[in-house]
Design a protein around this ligand. Structure first.
Ligand code: NAP
Length: 249
């Protein structure tokens, strides 16, 4: 019998969850638990880590999971890497469900960097105003660059003081639009945006706004994830699922 574990935390995962909820498949949705009020899902849902590769392997066996669909954020490399290992160990079918990365187009002024530290290193030495659009994890790296003023956009109100003295957080949950992001960037006199190359449409407006205002974007490349099959649309995931489930694998 087919039983699916859907690793979520993205708009794509929610879209897939709504699709799967209208099928006969037995699906369990999983959240990391990063936000206080995650989007409600139309599927049975669990929250929290599994305990590394061993914990996930045990979970897959105990819960009789036959298929894992990894629809986590493209920067959730640890979870995706663990899923590759655990599924190989337990011989569970695995597919990634991932949106394409953003590409710079005409009028964009992007500098690509490998990781968050490199993004921090790429900031100029003269003080400036930075929209640090990377969520709340890893922002402490920027405490080493106190000469700049930082604007953050977070899903939840911070429970601890921000690691940078000169920082302001707006609390908002996407999707965001061009008009709103233009206003935000102008109101805070932003000169540089630091973004992860998440892809998708929910957080894309800031890039359009940067193009409109002629702002520089420091774009952090996606992290390495071990080889696995990856789909980018719901139909392809469903075809894979139907084929492998009907074959009893
Ligand atoms: P991660 O670094 O890959 O994961 C760290 C650990 O969190 C995993 O090893 C796993 O714990 C647990 N975990 C992650 N996703 C899970 C899921 N769907 N269900 C159950 N456990 C899960 O990923 P992250 O810490 O979530 O985020 C890394 C990057 O992705 C950050 O840059 C973050 O801003 C970005 N991001 C993540 C999300 C999200 O919802 N996860 C959303 C937007 C952005 P165990 O090892 O204990 O199993």
């Amino acid at each position: 019998m087919t039983r699916i574990l859907l690793l979520g935390g993205t708009t794509e995962a929610t879209r897939l969850a709504h699709h799967l909820a209208n099928t006969d498949y037995d699906v369990l949705f999983s959240y990391a638990g990063r936000t206080a009020n995650p989007v409600a899902q139309p599927l049975p849902t669990r929250v929290g880590g599994f305990g590394g590769v061993d914990g996930l392997s045990d979970f897959l066996r105990t819960e009789n999971i036959t298929h894992v669909i990894d629809a986590t954020h493209p920067f959730a490399a640890q979870m995706s890497t663990n899923a590759v290992s655990a599924c190989a160990t337990t011989q569970v079918n695995l597919a990634g469900f991932e949106r394409a990365p953003w590409q710079a187009g005409a009028g964009d002024n992007w500098q690509s960097v490998a990781d968050i530290q490199a993004a921090c290193d790429a900031l100029p030495s003269d003080p400036t105003q930075v929209f640090l659009a990377i969520g709340k994890q890893h922002i402490d790296v920027f405490a080493t660059r106190p000469e700049h003023r930082y604007l953050l956009r977070l899903v939840d109100k911070p429970t601890h003081p921000l690691p940078m003295l000169n920082a302001h957080a707006v609390i908002a949950r996407g999707p965001f639009d061009l008009a709103g992001d233009l206003t935000l960037l102008k109101d805070h006199d932003i000169k540089i945006i630091i973004s992860k190359n998440a892809g998708g449409i929910g957080a894309q407006a800031k890039l359009e706004a940067a193009r409109t205002l002629g702002l520089k974007v420091i774009m952090i490349d996606r992290p390495f994830i071990p080889a696995r099959q990856v789909f980018s649309n719901v139909d392809d995931v469903m075809t894979w699922l139907d084929h492998s489930a009907n074959r009893g694998v």
